[in-house]
Design a protein around this ligand. Structure first.
Ligand code: FAD
Length: 368
């Protein structure tokens, strides 16, 4: 076994042979992933490991990577579509721990990847840290939050992120990347591009200004007076809005917004407005407009449109739901129908948000 020297997580021979025995020669046990994905798709994996600490997470990943065994990471399973039984090991990221420090102007949080995102938002408020409240009730783990730069109600992870620590699979080193180097943009980051399949996020650092500036730019939040509003009021309002707008995945399986809001040229948006005066868009800059994908789908009368057991949510066109027995393939076929319809009607290309996972790992929607 070729173990590199001087790496942070180098394994001793004893550790290595213990782990090797444990995982390489493990009997194949089909493990259902239904409880671990919010779309509630019934598919399985060959082995399921629960990484309860950063050390376990790095050891499991390095071991499998170095022995060239297929594996994938799973947080809360709220941003994946399983289209087949995964032929490999799934490592659930369950490492816990939050460390708080501060200086005169900022609070700093050092949070392990397996912490639940919403619980972090809640506990930050209890610690009198204000700034995460707009991101309340987003499902999933802290470790997955930088991957698509989660965002809601005018705030994105990039606004509060200080650094991201990841395990570089090739070298076995833990690397801390400053937020500016994470290449964050709308639902994008370096972890979906140059570092895709190369990095395991182990912890995220937050830097939150003590002088709180509420973000009240969206919908009902505008009704608050910025001089008197509290972070708890914003938090409560957002929880209420989300509970009203989005189906609860424990009741009706879903992966949140299925499509990104497409960004188009202002001239194209003006043409769209001429044809459909109610088209919804948000100006990004002098040249571009972000169009509400939900409106594009709703306007085609696709709410309630069903393929097999998968359907466009009756109230929220951006959300695809599992009516009970949907397969991943139903969800993919439904998504393809929507993409085709939107392209045909408006000449706008929709992109999917969740990751499509097949037997051999992540794949493109069109591969299915
Ligand atoms: C009801 C609902 C509402 C939602 N609302 C929003 C919203 O408002 N805004 C928003 O941005 N998103 C939203 N989402 C999407 C989702 O919550 C986020 O993308 C979330 O960050 C996914 O976290 P997760 O732990 O569930 O990731 P998973 O679904 O478990 O994993 C997603 C991908 O990340 C990889 N991964 C997971 N953990 C790690 C790690 N530690 N290191 C490297 N790779 C990893 C996985 O292999 C997979 O490819 C919503 C989803 C649902 C179901």
């Amino acid at each position: 076994m070729n173990l590199s020297v001087n790496t942070f997580y180098e394994l001793s021979e004893i550790q290595y042979s213990f782990i090797a025995r444990k995982f390489i020669s493990m009997p194949v046990l089909e493990q259902s992933l239904k409880p671990f994905n919010t779309l509630q798709i019934e598919h399985s994996c060959t082995h399921l490991l629960h990484a309860k600490s950063k050390e376990e997470l790095t050891q499991y990943c390095l071991e499998l990577y170095r022995s060239e065994k297929p594996f994938m990471l799973l947080g809360g399973g709220s941003n994946i579509v399983l289209t087949d039984d995964f032929q490999g090991t799934v490592i659930r990221v369950e490492s816990k721990g939050v460390l708080k420090t501060e200086d005169q102007d900022f609070y700093y949080l050092d949070v392990q990847a397996g912490e639940n995102w919403h619980e972090l938002v809640e506990s930050s408020l209890l610690m009198s840290i204000q700034g995460l409240e707009n991101l309340a009730l987003i499902p999933g783990t802290v470790g997955a939050s930088p991957i698509q730069n989660i965002g809601a109600y005018g705030v994105e992870l990039k606004d509060v992120c200080d650094w991201v620590e990841y395990l570089d699979l090739a070298s076995g080193e833990l690397i801390r990347l400053n937020a500016v180097d994470c290449d964050f943009s709308y639902r994008e980051s370096i972890f979906k591009k140059a570092l895709k399949s190369k990095a395991v996020i182990t912890a995220v650092g937050f830097k939150i200004r003590k002088l709180w500036l509420p973000v009240l730019t969206y919908g009902p939040l505008k009704a608050f007076d910025k001089e008197t509003v509290t972070a708890k009021q914003v938090f409560d309002c957002i929880c209420q809005l989300r509970n009203e707008k989005l189906p609860d995945p424990t009741v009706l399986g879903n992966a949140g917004s299925f499509f990104k809001n497409p960004v188009i040229a202002k001239a194209q948006f003006m043409k769209l407005k001429e044809e459909f005066e109610h088209a919804v868009g948000f100006t990004i800059n002098d040249e571009e407009v972000k169009v509400a994908a939900g409106w594009l789908i709703d306007n085609l009368g696709l709410k309630g449109y069903t393929v097999g057991g998968a359907s466009v949510h009756e109230e929220q066109a951006l959300v695809l739901v599992n009516l009970g027995k949907a397969t991943g393939s139903d969800v993919v076929q439904l998504a393809k129908h929507i993409i085709g319809s939107v392209k045909h009607a408006y000449d706008i290309k929709l992109e999917v948000e969740p990751r499509i996972i097949g037997a051999n790992g992540e794949k493109e929607l069109l591969d299915d």
